[in-house]
Design a protein around this ligand. Structure first.
Ligand SMILES: [Zn+2]
Length: 87
């Protein structure tokens, strides 16, 4: 009986996305206890490639840090977005 030879090739890929925002807003994040870059709902959605509703749900659950801007709209702590993206 002839033995079959088997070769396994494993490829690992890594992707880095760089998104530049025209206007950057730094706000004090109570959870991080420091000033961090804060993003709008649309920007957070773009960064995580998730729908706006998911961003809002993650904020409601506390997985991402949300702060109300002066205009009343939510802003999301970029540092907390990074933590969500890595899970
Ligand atoms: Zn934060």
């Amino acid at each position: 009986m002839k033995l079959k030879r088997r070769t396994e090739i494993v490829l690992e890929t890594r992707e880095t996305t760089v998104i530049r925002f025209h206007r950057r807003v730094f706000v004090f994040c109570r959870s991080c206890r420091k000033k961090t870059l804060h993003l709008s709902t649309a920007q957070a959605s773009r960064v995580l490639s998730l729908p706006v509703r998911t961003i809002e749900r993650l904020a409601a659950s506390g997985r991402i840090h949300a702060t109300a801007a002066d205009d009343g709209r939510p802003r999301f702590c970029a540092d907390s977005l990074v933590a969500v993206d890595e899970t």
